[in-house]
Design a protein around this ligand. Structure first.
Ligand code: NAD
Length: 300
């Protein structure tokens, strides 16, 4: 049975997930490169590990919630990494969104050391992380998944073993592809509605009752309409995920034209300084472009 959970990555998502593990009664050992993030978790009852190796040695199992593939690799490999300092029950659960190819490789490398690895990315955003209602899609060995299930249940409600190593990340990229294209569709509808003089609050409210309703329109629609840029999920992270989608599609020779188009829109948003803003800020690209076009048309 897992009692002591090591948690690395106490950012937007991780700090909320860590709080739920503490609430569920787990003894939590935490590590982050940002000291304030560690202090906040300690104030909730966690204990701090100064290094990754110390965290591994003091835990039964370890959860990772880091930005990107190289961050995950950096805490796994090397003399100070978890592969050299595994937790007592030899289980590492990576809940970050990273490359499925890298996840498979990490799984194979750790299996060679007798350590089980699950790629278990999440959907649901900071609200889902806060409420412990995340959707968790886990790839890896079925036995490891069953051992991890109670830990995952402290952070999510829809928890599914979706296949072998890398399958969790593959599903997550499918999720991100749909989210990205959906946000783009909402941006186009809002830009058109605004240009036509429609009240966008009414537009959103009405569309939420019909066949165009979506999680994105529901949760991000108000921030798009009001021009609130505050990040739940940053443009930078969305671009990271869309790049992973494109890489996988390229490797598998699957043309994904709509995802490619959305990726360029997000690149444009980042180039306009929106990278640290929430992904609803994609609308600013549309708004700007629509305004410029209409101004030029009027003056032509
Ligand atoms: P974040 O940037 O807010 O948090 C990442 C944390 O990891 C930070 O506290 C950072 O200091 C820490 N960190 C980075 N490198 C480290 C290292 N080498 N050692 C220790 N700590 C390190 O990111 P987030 O929004 O919490 O997202 C985390 C992951 O979850 C990403 O892969 C993201 O794509 C995914 N995700 C995010 C959301 C969301 O809405 N924010 C939703 C679903 C999935």
């Amino acid at each position: 049975m897992i009692r002591k959970v090591g948690f690395i990555g106490l950012g937007t998502m991780g700090r909320r997930m860590a709080a739920n593990l503490i609430k569920a009664g787990y003894e939590l050992v935490v590590h982050d490169v940002v000291p304030n993030a560690v202090q906040d978790a300690v104030a909730l009852g966690a204990s701090a590990a100064a290094t990754v190796s110390e965290l591994g040695s003091r835990s039964d199992a370890v959860v990772l919630m880091l930005p990107n593939t190289p961050d995950v690799q950096s805490v796994i490999y090397g003399g100070e990494g978890l592969s050299s300092h595994p937790p007592a029950q030899n289980l590492i659960i990576d809940m970050s969104t990273i490359s499925p190819v890298a996840a498979r490789q990490i799984g194979a490398d750790l299996a060679a050391e007798g350590i089980a690895f699950l790629d278990a990315p999440v959907s649901g955003g900071p609200v889902g992380a806060q409420e412990g209602s995340l959707t968790i899609m886990a790839g890896g060995q079925a036995h490891a998944f069953e051992v991890a299930r109670p830990v995952l249940a402290a952070m999510g409600t829809t928890i599914t073993h979706v296949g072998s190593a890398g399958a969790g990340q593959t599903l997550k990229l499918c999720n991100q592809l749909i989210c990205g294209i959906n946000i783009q569709a909402i941006c186009e509808a809002l830009a058109l509605g605004r240009a036509a003089g429609v009240d966008l609050q009414i537009l959103r409210q009405v569309l939420m009752g019909g066949s165009a309703a979506s999680w994105m329109l529901d949760k991000l629609g108000p921030a798009m309409i009001n021009g609130e840029a505050k990040a739940g999920f940053r443009i930078d992270l969305m671009l990271k995920d869309l790049k992973l989608v494109q890489e996988l599609a390229f490797d598998l020779s699957v043309p994904l034209p709509a995802s490619a188009l959305v990726t360029t829109q997000y690149l444009e948003a980042r180039a306009h300084g929106e990278g640290a803003n929430g992904n609803q800020a994609l609308f600013s690209v549309y708004d700007r472009s629509a305004n410029q076009t209409r101004t030029r048309e009027k003056s032509a």
